[in-house]
Design a protein around this ligand. Structure first.
Ligand code: SF4
Length: 453
């Protein structure tokens, strides 16, 4: 969006107003692929009977099915993979080929793990008909123009791209390429610019944020980055998502605990708790190791909000292994938890495993696990009633104009529950993007109700 906007395009979120429609796609599980294809087809209709002259498909679906998209959906005029962001200008016809000014296509250093996994075929796309052989190697930097798609007070910053891990259910490394970090100074410069423009909350993302800097020879890259960002004027909340379980160091925890601006919040996708399933997932760990690690996190960071996610129905998951997971969830008492149904992906190692479960059984297990968590969440949310907390006001609730919606530091943008605000002092006109002291007055399974005090 930044490149297009700088080149003179006017951006619109209404497809019916657009001369060129760009569909940015996802491809990491089957339902995401299906949703992407449905959207492309829906947008193709605007070319047939609407104003649109061009349809461009971008993103991960292109990395996976480049040729097939063009072959099967003739309305598509151009495709742009995740490593070819700058070709969006030529693809949309906004600027001629070769007009992009900044060129991030440099050969980047990689981690020894990435090289070793590469030699074992982790990133191979040979089985994927139509995918190009070259892995994406793109990284944006602080000079790359950006248009925020989030409300003006909050922004994501991608600090690294790609992933070197061997998880057998996942094709993200083949889609996104080897792990590579953005330069430290580039991330800081971007955060400073965003803060100058009114951003108050920053969420650091990447497929694996806890490896940040390893490819640049940085030790403790993420803690160092967080510490630096904690001194950026104007920022109030800083958090990072997607920590890899065995990469959570004492230094990282101490850094979170030491700075008020760094939210006491950790998102650690554990994927499972049974050691045998985790071994088949090529992730390692197990319930005991994870419980010890969680205890260490909670000791180091008082009032830590802990989020995780699991996959249920991995090939060969027995009733006993699933029970281990349920037991672990009861013990660990997460603040937030997501459960995903295993999705079989061609090109992932798990695709060749025996013991696939039926969709019905997978759904039964997903619901069962979420029911356990619902009760834990309800209890945890009830314990917050009466507490006074700072709250970032997001605006009018999507559910009703009568309520305002907000988040506390315990709520990451978009993924966690909500705080509804139903009361504020009569002399106050609450403003979106501002922080207010509030008191929690009611609790539901996942959501809270608060009044501004
Ligand atoms: S760490 Fe995450 S992105 Fe990387 S392979 Fe595993 S699941 Fe996929």
């Amino acid at each position: 969006m930044g490149l297009l906007s700088r080149a003179g395009a006017q951006l619109s979120t209404r497809a019916e107003d657009a001369d060129v429609i760009v569909v940015n796609t996802c491809s990491f599980i089957e339902s995401a692929q299906q949703e992407s294809v449905n959207t492309i087809l829906e947008m193709a209709a605007h070319k047939v009977s609407g104003r649109a002259q061009k349809l461009v498909v971008a993103g991960c679906l292109v990395e996976r099915y480049r040729d097939e998209i063009r072959k099967r959906i003739p309305e598509v005029d151009a495709v742009v993979g995740t490593g070819e962001l700058q070709s969006i200008l030529a693809a949309t016809g906004v600027a001629p080929v070769g007009s992009a000014s900044n060129s991030p296509f440099v050969v980047l250093p990689s981690r020894p793990e990435g090289e070793a996994r590469s030699s074992r075929g982790r990133f191979s796309r040979e089985q994927w008909e139509g995918a190009v052989a070259d892995l994406p190697n793109y990284l944006y930097d602080d000079e790359t123009p950006r248009v925020l798609a989030t409300p003006k007070h909050t922004a994501y910053i991608k600090i690294a791209e790609g992933c070197d891990h061997p998880c057998t259910f996942c094709i993200i490394p083949q889609l996104r390429g080897k792990f590579r970090s953005r330069r430290f100074e580039s991330v800081v410069a971007e955060a400073e610019r965003l803060a100058r423009n009114g951003v108050r909350e920053i969420t650091l993302i990447g497929q694996d944020t806890t490896c940040y800097g390893e490819d640049l020879g940085l030790k403790d890259g993420l803690p160092l980055l967080l510490e630096k960002l904690a001194h950026v004027e104007g920022l109030r909340w800083i958090r990072f998502l997607y920590a890899y379980p065995n990469k959570i160091t004492g230094k990282l925890l101490d850094t979170i605990a030491a700075h008020e601006k760094i939210c006491s919040y950790m998102d650690v996708p554990l994927q499972h708790a049974s050691a045998s399933v985790l071994k088949r997932m090529k992730r390692g760990g197990g319930a005991d190791v994870f419980l010890r690690s969680i205890a260490k996190m909670r000791r180091a960071v008082p009032e830590l909000t802990l989020r995780t996610s699991f996959i249920v129905g991995f090939p060969g998951e027995t009733e006993k292994e699933f029970e281990e997971l349920c037991h672990f969830v009861r013990e660990a008492q997460f603040d937030w938890m997501g459960t995903f149904s295993y999705s079989d992906q061609e090109g992932a190692d798990a695709y060749g495993l025996d013991g696939k479960l039926s969709p019905r059984e997978i759904e039964r297990r997903r619901k069962h696990l979420m029911e356990i968590q619902r009760r834990i969440s309800r209890k945890k949310k009830k314990a917050l009633v009466g507490r006074e907390l700072d709250l970032l006001l997001e605006g009018t609730s999507e559910e009703t104009d009568l309520l305002l919606e907000a988040r506390t530091a315990m709520h990451a943008p978009e993924i966690d529950g909500k705080v509804f605000v139903n009361d504020f002092p009569p002399e106050l006109t609450p403003e979106s993007g501002k922080f207010y002291r509030c008191q929690i007055t009611e609790a539901h399974d996942y959501d809270l109700v608060a009044k501004i005090i």
